[in-house]
Design a protein around this ligand. Sequence first.
Ligand SMILES: [Zn+2]
Length: 459
Amino acid sequence: MTTTTTTATTTTAGRTPTTEEELAGQTVELLQALIRNACVNDGTVGSGQEVRNAETIADFLDGAGLDLERVEPQPGRTSLVTRVHGTAPDAPSLGLVGHTDVVPVEPDGWSRDPFGAELVDGWVWGRGAIDMLGLTAAYAVVTRALATSGRPPRGDLLLAAVADEEHGSVWGVDWLTTHRWDLVQADHVLTESGGVPVGPLGARTLAVGEKGGAGRLLRVHGRPGHGSGPWGGRNAIVIAAEVVRRIAAARGPVVVGDLWRRYVDALAPEPDLRAALLDPERLDDALPRLGALGAVAHATTHTTLAPTVIGAGSKPNVIPGLAEITLDIRVLPGTRPGDVEALLTETLGDLTEHVDIVGDRFGEPSLSPTDTDLYRVIERTVTARTGGAPVVPTLGTGGTDGRFYRRRGVPAYGFGLLSAGWDPGTWRGLFHGNDERVDVASLELTTAALHDVVTTFLR
Ligand SMILES: [Zn+2]
């Protein structure tokens, strides 16, 4: 691990932009540069190489008079951290935590170069456009604007451009909050996953919590034998197939919580559908009526079980005695570790005797309060910037860096502000998907709204 500090020197070249248009232009340009660096995190420790995006952001901040600290727990896995110091030691601080890595692409599925960052008809194309390089760029732009405004904030503004979010944040925020809390601490935090229009009023989502992860490995035992005589045998593949079928068919308990209720309010469906969506007995049957939103509705109200990796067998003429199934399991707030084993045992039924459930990982689900000053500032800003859209607090169904702050008692919200043409189905489809892209209008809205939130909250 190495840590280096540099001070960005003040230059006359970087005139402080004053207009929203100029700030938005900076966000677009910085986003394009971040996409082109292609900091692809494939889960191996040598991938990502976020040092390139850290240096691009450092170059952008050059001249703003900020102390820049680079933290590199593994070679090339660099996070860049800086702080605009406030004038009032007691004033609450705000952290902007943006990851700089992206997930891999399947190039054949793309209509444009995934790392070309082309700007076409008002859209920036490329891996990371929405997850989350556009937002990370806006964080850097607003940090620079505040640092060079000549009006220091009362509370500190922290900017953390972090590595490795796409593989559990092991070399990013998990590491930073564990080993360098002095550097990355903040009283409130904004990160990704928000601002998506929902329902007829275009209510904008703000992720206030997220599910926990409790993945397991199922080891399915059969009996090996000769491939020429399958009858009466116990082929581990055949047993595993039934295990997978039961997992796919499992419905599990339905939990209609406060956040789901508020989401349904924002969707404002017709009365019969509304009643079904709020009734644990009828919810599952109503999911197809939600179209692309069905998966969101399901994940928000269930602990989900998804087989993601399967392996068995080694030779064409040998019936395998062992099969392994990896399960991605995401648990709702309120779930206890023992509930995961209970749900699996119930789902497997009489097959339990052939299956070992391996692993005990339990990432706590996390939830931030909504009765904070920051939440209210965001509400007012979003409503003002959209001509009246309310904010709907949501439960994130995947993971973000917000959880590492929440587990230290720091309220963390998934922020962003997309233009009115977006909907949750399209947004979800582009996340980690083909043809990921973002419209310049959303980058403008996000930059302007973030600037409002930061200056209002810190002054
Ligand atoms: Zn992300």
